[in-house]
Design a protein around this ligand. Sequence first.
Ligand SMILES: Nc1ncnc2c1ncn2[C@@H]1O[C@H](COP(=O)(O)OP(=O)(O)OP(=O)(O)O)[C@@H](O)[C@H]1O
Length: 346
Amino acid sequence: MVVEGVTKAFGATPVLRGVTLTAPPGTLTAVLGRSGCGKTTLLRIVAGFDRPDAGTVALHGRTVAGPGRALPPEQRGIGYLTQEGSLFPHLTVAANVLFGLPRRERRQGGARVAALLETVDLAPELADRHPHELSGGQQQRVALARALAPEPAVVLLDEPFSSLDAGLRADTQRAVAKALAAAGATALLVTHDRAEALALADQVAVMRDGVIAQVDAPAAIYRDPVDPGVGALVGDAVLLDGRRAAAGRVSCALGDLALRGDGPDATQVRVLVRPEQLVVGRDGPGVPARVRTREFRGPDLTVELAVGAGAEDAVVVAARLPGDADVLPGDDVTVAVRGAVTAYRV
Ligand SMILES: Nc1ncnc2c1ncn2[C@@H]1O[C@H](COP(=O)(O)OP(=O)(O)OP(=O)(O)O)[C@@H](O)[C@H]1O
């Protein structure tokens, strides 16, 4: 799937300002961005529900939208999964899935329905239930089975997990990702949930201000974001003012730190550190700090540290520690940085 230079305005308000994105066949691309940044608009244009003002969309080498060309949605070979799944409430699970099959295949579709339910990890005995007799996660799996029934080459997923509670969400995400991979579909998942994007996608495309700010593999975009904004969107980030020190080093409130790569060719920089890089100790290496707050989250906890304790202009940073770490608000500690950090031109 190749989207090139797609723009779209609603009235005088530009929403997409030139979106360019390639999703390799058979992979899952997550489009990650804040609410309202235009993710759904992009999906609707790929699906054919909306027309771009400019730019092109090609699916498997065939231009489906562009100047003078607008293939209707039903001829694009796409499956679409929405937030609510939109199952027919009066039909059973089996009948809902059958509905996704081409009309001529519906009469003898029993075996196909069974296979599709298996693909999405649903027990065969659920086939006779109605949607209201299923959990939200099971409903989404049925909706995916229906979307996969006609064997679409491209599957578009619009925040399909956002209405599920945390427990169901993880299981449903796994089942959906597995089913998409088994179907060999090219999938585009839009989400504002960075953990979901990083966990499920082969590549993450960060959308901001109507353009794609960066596309990369999850680990790469987390480690090497193109700018502090993308860095803060894909993960928790400690952002500090700093100065380039000796070659490959940067100096900031957390001390003299090693830079990843060459860093920018500038003296004043913005330094990005991930909270899990901060090592908090009693009398360890690093700089002195005072614990301000402590938020317990089970396996880990987050502490806010005032670095340069006591000083009026102390810099506050958030660190993530193991859940059993023995630190309390008011404690004097030391904080060091593990690994290299990234720096950007201010
Ligand atoms: N049909 C429309 N007419 C006018 N404005 C629209 C229309 N569709 C979307 N918009 C506006 O375009 C912007 C982008 O909307 P879109 O739904 O694409 O964002 P999104 O990133 O998917 O957001 P969310 O995560 O909240 O769904 C919003 O400001 C929205 O109000």
